[in-house]
Ligand binder design. Structure first.
Ligand code: HEC
Ligand code: HEC
Ligand code: HEC
Ligand code: HEC
Ligand code: HEC
Length: 218
């Protein structure tokens, strides 16, 4: 919340300054600050869901593996969202009458999937693939933040082209060993430059072409 407030305050300050300087071109400036602000990219903003599903509770405290619900993440382009049956493996036995879970029970009874609101989603003209990242040293938290600490899901990174390219220009700075891919709190160690180079070779990654337009726009 603190962060959301700070970002807002920042935007309001910009707007305030604009009010003072009534100059030609100020509308362009407004457009520019908006484009760069989190109000545009949605970073840090919690998204309302049909059920207040908590990653902090399920992935953090209960320690359920990400792959239990996001079954495609290592093998496919899409990570997948879990079907209602996955929730019901547990919730047909625990918290069976909780009001909070009524939409889950209704979804099962009516055989209609829950309509989860997307938090991170790219425009259709961008090609993205989970498995290529996850099986080559890029961990979830580099793109999604510390998911296991989130009561409701919020976008952690802007997911703009510039942000993708930041890593594609120098992926060695972010690469991790296999056992750290699902570690939501991973931080690069002090000797990351040397480790990163070794990991590039280990995964057989050829980084020279990662900034070609055709990598993401096919
Ligand atoms: C018990 C099932 C379950 C587990 C375990 C789980 N998730 Fe999720 N995940 C969900 C559901 C349901 C949603 C959709 C609702 C939401 O966004 O909170 C979701 C949404 C997400 C999203 C947002 C996708 C989008 O674009 O809207 C990300 C990112 C994510 N999960 C990452 C993870 C990571 C990383 C882990 C492991 C640390 C994990 N999840 C563990 C069920 C789960
Ligand atoms: C592996 C077992 C398991 C799975 C799978 C599971 N849950 Fe839970 N869930 C739990 C447990 C345990 C609790 C905590 C009950 C308590 O606090 O005593 C819980 C609590 C909840 C709550 C109550 C609020 C909270 O987080 O404390 C909601 C809502 C919920 N789950 C939704 C879901 C949804 C939606 C899914 C499917 C995407 C799901 N759960 C999948 C075990 C599971
Ligand atoms: C290199 C960045 C990156 C990494 C690493 C990454 N994701 Fe994602 N994730 C994304 C992007 C971008 C999207 C939106 C994709 C789209 O809209 O086409 C996304 C979407 C999702 C979704 C929504 C369903 C889907 O596939 O669109 C889930 C769930 C998810 N990610 C979970 C995970 C988990 C779990 C991990 C770690 C095992 C992970 N992600 C690693 C960038 C990443
Ligand atoms: C934290 C680092 C990181 C971020 C952020 C990241 N990538 Fe990547 N990406 C990589 C690495 C490393 C590879 C090369 C993996 C390999 O082939 O060994 C890669 C490969 C890819 C490939 C496959 C290239 C091929 O050879 O087929 C696509 C497509 C891609 N990324 C798209 C994206 C998009 C779109 C985004 C932003 C939403 C993004 N990536 C963000 C690190 C990153
Ligand atoms: C690593 C992935 C990646 C590469 C490489 C990449 N793009 Fe993009 N591009 C994206 C993503 C993600 C978006 C959508 C998000 C955004 O608008 O920033 C995007 C959006 C765009 C847009 C629409 C921008 C807008 O404001 O609507 C254009 C045009 C574009 N890219 C052109 C290019 C060109 C030209 C190249 C090569 C010089 C390139 N891209 C290379 C990921 C990439």
């Amino acid at each position: 919340m603190a962060q959301v407030f700070r970002e807002r305050a920042n935007l309001f300050m910009r707007l305030g300054l604009l009010g003072l300087a009534i100059l030609p071109g100020s509308l362009g400036l407004l457009g520019f600050s908006y484009y760069r602000s989190s109000a545009y990219t949605g970073v840090g903003r919690y998204v309302e869901q049909p059920v207040p599903f908590s990653h902090r509770h399920h992935a953090g405290e209960l320690g359920i593996d990400c792959r239990y619900c996001h079954t495609g993440v290592e093998k496919a382009a899409f990570a997948d969202l879990p079907p209602t049956e996955t929730c019901m493996t547990c919730h047909s036995q625990i918290w069976t009458n909780a009001a909070m879970l009524a939409p889950v029970r209704k979804s099962l009874a009516d055989n209609r999937p829950l309509r989860w609101q997307r938090v991170t989603s790219l425009p259709d003209y961008v090609y993205f693939d989970h498995s290529v990242h996850v099986s080559n040293g890029v961990g979830c938290s580099s793109c999604h933040g510390d998911v296991a600490a989130m009561p409701l899901m919020a976008k952690a990174e802007p997911m703009t082209m510039g942000w993708c390219l930041d890593c594609h220009r120098d992926p060695a700075a972010k690469l991790r060993p296999e056992e750290a891919i699902f570690d939501m709190r991973w931080q690069p160690p002090a000797d990351q430059p040397a480790k990163g180079r070794a990991l590039l070779a280990h995964y057989g990654t050829r980084a020279e072409h990662l900034t070609d337009c055709s990598v993401c726009h096919r």
